[in-house]
Design a protein around this ligand. Structure first.
Ligand code: MG
Ligand code: ZN
Length: 223
């Protein structure tokens, strides 16, 4: 079957994209320096809309808010639904509304951290915009990236998004109670993930019920 791919001739676009990504990387390094300077552990949470990123963050915040001073940067196109939810669970929240932009970039995060009381924070979650594609290309300066996907996203979620799973420091398979109903196999998911990144820890959760959250908590404490 004929496969259509982008042409090499689109040089202008490629140059533009390269300089954009280079600039983003520079600012990401700057962000990381700021996090290190203030002793902040920063975690980028990536995953599609409805995968359970916000629920997961809320559950982790609940478990860790006594031990850590937690802040969350919530990325979203236009709403503040997630930010309000997270705030209720006991974290400081800064909202970034990206408008039409389908991912967070390092510059937006840089602006957000200027609005946080950095001295009073030692754990920061950055909830990326719901998307498994372009956030892979835009590091934000976080120390770790946790990729979340749910069993409801179908059997090919991993194999169709190799770039983002390559970037993951931990993979969370959420809504594992729905695996059977959805006809997906957790073992197959794990195999697919390990093929892309053999070293990455993979855990299963039912975030809504708090199941599996302690494994994320343990990862974060040792991180
Ligand atoms: Mg969310
Ligand atoms: Zn994007």
């Amino acid at each position: 079957m004929k496969i259509i791919k982008p042409k090499d001739g689109e040089i202008l676009d490629i140059e533009l994209e390269e300089s954009l990504l280079r600039k983003n990387k520079e600012i990401a390094e700057e962000n990381k320096k700021i996090f290190n300077q203030y002793g902040i552990k920063a975690i980028d949470i990536l995953g599609s809309i409805g995968s359970g990123k916000t629920t997961l963050i809320c559950q982790v915040v609940k478990k860790l808010k006594k031990e850590y001073n937690i802040a969350v940067i919530a990325g979203d196109l236009t709403t503040k639904i997630d930010a309000d939810l997270i705030r209720k669970n006991g974290a400081k929240v800064i909202q970034i509304n990206t408008g039409k932009e389908c991912h967070l970039d390092a510059q937006l995060v840089n602006e957000a951290i200027k609005n946080l009381p950095l001295k009073d924070i030692n754990l920061l979650f950055i909830e990326n915009v719901g998307n498994l594609i372009c956030p892979a290309e835009f590091p934000l300066g976080a120390h770790y990236r946790i990729v979340v996907f749910s069993c409801t996203e179908g059997p090919y979620t991993v194999v169709k998004h190799p770039y983002i799973f390559k970037e993951a420091d931990m993979v969370v398979i959420n809504k594992i109670d729905l695996a059977k109903k959805m006809g997906v196999s957790l073992n197959k998911f794990k195999k697919d993930i390990k093929k892309i990144k053999p070293s990455v820890p993979v855990i299963g959760t039912i975030a809504k019920k708090g199941k599996g959250i302690e494994k994320i908590v343990k990862f974060l404490k040792n991180a």
